[in-house]
Design a protein around this ligand. Sequence first.
Ligand code: UD1
Length: 367
Amino acid sequence: MIKVISVVGARPNFMKVAPVHKAFIKKHAGVVNHKICHTGQHYDEKMSDIFFKQLNIPEPDFYLGVGGGSHAEQTGKIMIEFEKVLLNEKPDLVIVVGDVNSTIACSLTAKKLNIKVAHIEAGLRSFDRTMPEELNRILTDSISDFLFVTEDSGVNNLRNEGVNEDKIFFVGNCMIDSLIDILPHSDKSGILNDLKLTPNNYVLVTMHRPSNVDNPERLEKLIQLLNEISAKRKLVFPVHPRTRKNLEQFGLMYNLNQNIILTDPIGYVDFISLIKNSELIITDSGGIQEESTYLGVQCITLRKSTERPSTVDIGSNQLVGEDFDKAKEAATKVLNGYKKKGNVPPLWDGKSAERIADILVDELRIK
Ligand code: UD1
């Protein structure tokens, strides 16, 4: 048996590991023993547990319970705890996904024990090294043995960094596998009714990047922008724990006007329904740029750069920088009827995780 441990830590990781787990069971049950380790980077019911339930993945085999903290604290704690798991379990392979602190912490721990590492969502680059995620991506890719890439730019970035061709596998996007699986359930969601929203007639907002929410002046400007847009449409704003903490700390919570519906973080089934039915999304998330592109929904990304350029070059995403005036201009255009046409990038077809599982089984059997 090939023993594999996949690592999840933060909310955007769960939907990337779920289809890989299912692919191992469906196609390689007698060959792969697949276990899941949850670092506990995200720990709230609404940031974590609900995703396990809705994605239909089993309870994690290992839970490290590290919680929040500074980057060094969080990364260090994960490494110390994950090393214990690896020493006990001695897996043949560790799979890490995305770009969060759990990703670099666990890949580094595994490689120091000479355990092979596969990185799902490799090669993405924002070229902005002030983002913690960019450092996590570069470092994880530089030590991983198998680099599974979601879009063309990732392959080019890895080549430009001199990575050996035989480590790079262009497999598409396994977050889209989960999205395709969940769509029939999302179509039955009652969230629009619950929030009294009309399809195609509201704006969905998510904002959690330190560059947008950790600075009081920027957060205040963001709220001004949302208040202005809310004169035209209802807004729904599920608030990330980091953003909520800052809104409260900076005394801005009550500056938001009444046409803005604030909610706690929303589970996967309901959130996909909110994305699919929205007229426009304003976000700084990585994953939502991709989900909106797949669903052909208008998306405005409030960031200087995106590590997912195919969502702009091929998809329905627009990058407006960290400029609130540009965001307002772009939002007004969309709400006045302009729609950026978009297509779905290659291999975002619901079969990425199966490709990954097949490749890993082939490669690990040979070695
Ligand atoms: C992390 C990722 C980011 C990803 C985001 C998705 C890193 C460096 N950042 O950022 O790439 O886009 O997750 O959400 O890994 N908190 C709670 N409850 C939770 C989770 C977090 O209260 O369930 C609190 C933490 O204690 C902390 C804050 O929210 O105070 C931020 O959490 P943290 O995991 O450090 O970073 P995120 O901003 O969530």
